[in-house]
Design a protein around this ligand. Structure first.
Ligand code: TYD
Ligand code: MG
Length: 441
């Protein structure tokens, strides 16, 4: 087989071109292509294993010492993998990673913590605060990716933490997208080659838009987001990509004076406890992975100010979903929301995008509109455009959690006949949006 090759850039084609489409060079030379298969036979073949022999070779994960973090990672850190921990500056990424590093090192594994943002004494001060000093935890401070990788290469730890990719990517400020990609590619290549897992810190701003970690998400195996409002102590770790596990689990932490602490009983974190019943509230029962975490939804439908156009603001919920539910309430339950300002929010920065939360959103809106409180009420159900309340998955588990949390009643889809009343929670079955009016008097 003949082929044509550019003498300048090496671009190849089986057809002749007057000019190289790649670099514009006018000179293409004719070459004899090696017959198919000949090239492959020169190489040694990639090793082939009977699948049964691989059972024993299943990767052994490194537990981080935080059960909540392991849950998100899908059972710990996979050796040789690359993990990105992204979050806003000041949210606590360095803190949790130093703590996890120490916990891993205390289990007899070697860990290297590369700080590109702080000097060794500054890292030591933080270690003092969170109690991270230990034998097998090593620290280096550099802003040079190659120096950092070389240090990891020499130490050959089980885990290397690179804090942060922005600081490593550019010794100056910022770090352009291509610098970040280049620096992370070096780290990831090292991890794959050496078997040292790498945990890379990336800063993102609130809108997540900066040309930083976004550009490296497809390069790494796992992307975790560290979320929380800086004025509250609650922190959530969420996997947004995971080659080794599911992406719907969350890990809950609390920021304390001596570092982060796991919240092992997180079921009440998204509820406003201790507040008396008020109109405009209802509790949804969304699933976060295998757990149901009850979530309070607050709504306010206030009369629009004269002369102003009406306002709608939504926090923690899907805006277009809320608009659809508001339209369905108006059409099917005669709850006239047009001409009103609508505000909806969740507690503690929680988010739910599950359709199973629709009914709770509708109830919160209707409760505010009718100025009628729904004390101790949780709800499950998807609202359809026709106003019907549709069944949801995992209903039993959601209601069990609600009962355990002390809810007195739950509003459920009438279509979901399999749910039986039991224990201390009474069920109110609704077939369509109009039925909810009976709850609000
Ligand atoms: P940090 O881990 O430096 O954030 P990031 O690496 O994501 O930029 O966390 C900084 C904040 O955490 C800072 O406001 C102080 C607070 N903090 C605590 O509340 N307790 C602690 O033990 C530590 C070390 C920090
Ligand atoms: Mg930091």
């Amino acid at each position: 087989m003949k082929k044509w090759s550019c003498t300048r850039c090496g671009w190849e084609s089986s057809k002749w071109y007057g000019r190289c489409p790649e670099c514009g060079n006018w000179e293409l030379e004719e070459k004899e292509e090696a017959p198919r298969g000949a090239g492959a036979s020169l190489r040694s073949p990639s090793p082939v294993f009977p699948s049964t022999s691989l059972r024993a070779q299943k990767e052994k994960r490194i537990p981080t010492g935080f059960g909540e973090l392991d849950r998100v990672l899908g059972g710990g850190i996979v050796p040789g993998s690359a993990i990105l921990l992204a979050g806003e500056p000041g949210i606590g990424k360095s803190t949790i990673l130093l703590q996890a590093s120490a916990k891993i090192a205390r289990e007899g594994r070697k860990v290297l913590y590369v700080s590109a943002e702080e000097s060794c004494p500054q890292v030591a001060a933080r270690m003092e605060r969170v109690g991270a000093f230990c034998e097998d935890l090593f620290v280096t401070s550099t802003r040079d990716t190659e120096e950092a990788v070389a240090a990891a290469e020499k130490l050959s730890p089980d885990l290397a933490v690179f804090d942060s990719i922005q600081a490593l990517a550019s010794p100056g400020a910022g770090g352009s997208a291509s610098q970040i990609r280049e620096a992370s590619a070096k780290i990831i290549e090292f991890s794959k080659r050496s078997g040292t897992a790498s945990l890379i810190v990336g800063h993102v701003t609130k809108d997540g838009s900066i040309a930083g970690p976004r550009t490296m998400e497809h390069l790494v195996d796992v992307v975790c987001q560290f979320e929380g409002e800086s004025h509250t102590a609650l922190r959530i770790v969420r996997a947004v990509k995971n080659r080794f596990g599911s992406t719907d689990e969350i890990g809950c932490f609390e920021m304390k004076g001596g570092g982060v602490e796991e919240v092992t009983d997180p079921y009440g974190i998204f509820l406003a406890r201790g507040e008396s019943a008020a109109p405009g509230k209802c509790v949804a029962l969304p699933m976060e992975g295998k757990r149901c975490l009850p979530l309070e939804i607050e709504a306010l439908c206030a009369p629009r100010l004269r002369g102003e156009s009406s306002q709608r603001a939504v926090n923690g919920l899907d805006y277009s979903r809320v608009a659809m539910i508001a339209a369905a309430l108006q059409q099917h339950a005669k709850i006239y929301l047009s001409g009103r300002d609508l505000y909806l929010s969740t507690i503690a920065g929680a988010k739910t995008r599950e359709p199973a939360s629709d009914l709770a959103i509708a109830l919160a809106l209707a409760s505010s509109f009718k100025n009628s409180p729904l004390p101790g009420v949780a709800a499950i159900g998807e609202v359809s455009l026709t106003g019907r309340i549709r069944p949801v998955g995992m209903a039993e588990q959601r209601l069990e959690t609600a009962e355990r949390m002390g809810f007195k009643s739950a509003v459920v889809p009438a279509a979901q006949k399999d749910i039986k009343e039991k224990g201390g929670i009474s069920l109110f079955r609704v077939d369509n949006l109009n039925d909810i009016l009976q709850l609000l008097r």
